[in-house]
Design a binder for this molecule. Sequence first.
Ligand code: NAD
Length: 252
Amino acid sequence: MDDRRQSVLVTAGGSGIGRAIAERFLRAGAEVHVCDVDADALAALEAEEPMVRSYRADVSDEREVAAMFDAIGGVDVLVNNAGIGGPRGSIEEIDGVEWERTIAVNLTGAFHVTRRAVAAMKTAGGGAIVNISTASVRTGMPMRTAYVASKQGLMGFTANLARELGPDNIRCNAILPGLIDNPRGRALVARMADENGRSVAETEAEMLRFISMRCWIDPAEVGDLAVFLASPAARHITGQFIGVCGGAEWEG
Ligand code: NAD
C-alpha cells in the first residue's frame, strides 16, 4: 500500500461493532465501504455518515458478494466482521440447519469475501485483512459450540492466509473482542440471568469477576485496533490473534 487514501470494506457494518469499525476508519480518512443484510441499518448509517458507500449483501451468499465486488472493484483493507451468535444448547440439541447457517455466515462468508478482495490486493501489490473472532475461542463457552467452532475456524483461516499471502505483501490478523457494551452484549447477559434465575446485576458481576480488568469493551476500541492493524505502523504484523477484552480468563 502506498500513501494514497486507504479504501476499506467492513462486512456487517450497518450496526454494532462493524459500524464502530467503519466510523473509526472514516475518522482516519479512509474511503469506507460497508455491506450488511439489513437495508434499514444501511439507510440509517448513510443518513448519519454520507461519505460511506453501502451495499446490501449477505456474506454467506456468493452471488451477492460477487455483485458487491463488481460495484466496488478492489479495496486495500478488508474487515471480516460479519458473524451471528448461532444456536444455544448442548451438542445433542443443536439443530443441523442452525449449525450450518452459523458456519455459512461466520466462516464461509469470510471465505467468499476474502477471495475476491485478495485478487485485487495482489494486483495492487498488497493489502491488510482483519478478521473479527471472539475472546471466547480462548476460554470456550459451553452451549455455544457452533459459534465457538466457527470462530476457531476463522482463526485457522487467519493463520493460514497470513502464511499464504505474506509473500504478496498481504497481512492477515484476527481481533478477539471480549464482552462488548452494545445491545447484543447486554442481551447476552440478560439471557444468562434469565436462564439461571438470577438478577442481571448479579450475572454481570459474576461475568466481570472472570475478566482481569473487570470491564465491558466499547465497540470503538475494536475499531481503533482494526485501524492500527491496517496502518503502515503495523506493516510487519501478520498472523496474530489480538484480544481486546480486558483479559478474558473464563466464561461460564
Ligand atoms: P450484531 O448482532 O450487532 O450484528 C451486526 C450486523 O451484522 C447487523 O447490522 C446485521 O444485520 C449484520 N449481519 C448479520 N448477518 C449478516 C450477514 N450474513 N451478512 C451481512 N451482514 C450481516 O453483531 P456485533 O455484536 O456487532 O458483532 C460483530 C462481530 O463481532 C461478530 O462477528 C461477532 O461474532 C463478534 N463479536 C461480538 C461480541 C459481542 O459481545 N457483541 C463479542 C465478541 C465478538
